[in-house]
Design a protein around this ligand. Structure first.
Ligand code: T3P
Length: 120
């Protein structure tokens, strides 16, 4: 079954950024199974190398932030998808915002990311 780290990758890792047609968020949220049974409200995809994301869990690429979270030392390319509102049942309509931001994540005791908290 899916580990917390595998779930993090499914939900938040997309490098290089997938070519999925007109509406990146509508396609990716469906493809990564974030629209069942209801539309996930907010979800971010990171367009950086897997090792660079892992490094945020260590001193190499990250540092301690509040509440046991970690923040990246450099800005990452991130697309955040936000549900447009209306019905929370599929089909889900998202707007996208792509920018360079510091990512805030939680890591497990094996220094793997398991939760995306926010980008700042
Ligand atoms: P998860 O813990 O499965 O990674 O905070 C609730 C969820 O919203 C959490 O899911 C992460 C997600 N989220 C983003 O992906 N990007 C954001 O910028 C914010 C604020 C939340």
């Amino acid at each position: 079954c899916e580990t917390a780290y595998q779930k993090f990758l499914r939900q938040h890792y997309d490098n290089p950024k997938s070519n999925v047609g007109r509406n990146y968020c509508n396609a990716m949220m469906q493809r990564r199974e974030l629209t069942k049974p209801t539309c996930k409200d907010v979800n971010s995809f990171i367009h950086e190398k897997k090792q660079d994301i892992l490094d945020v869990c260590t001193d190499k690429g990250g540092k301690a932030y509040k509440d046991g979270l970690r923040v990246s030392l450099k800005p990452f390319s991130v697309t955040t998808c936000k549900h447009k509102g209306g019905s929370t049942r599929p089909p889900c309509e998202y707007k996208e915002n792509k920018s360079e931001r510091y990512i805030v994540i939680r890591c497990n005791n094996r220094n793997e990311p398991v939760h995306f908290d926010e980008s700042i």
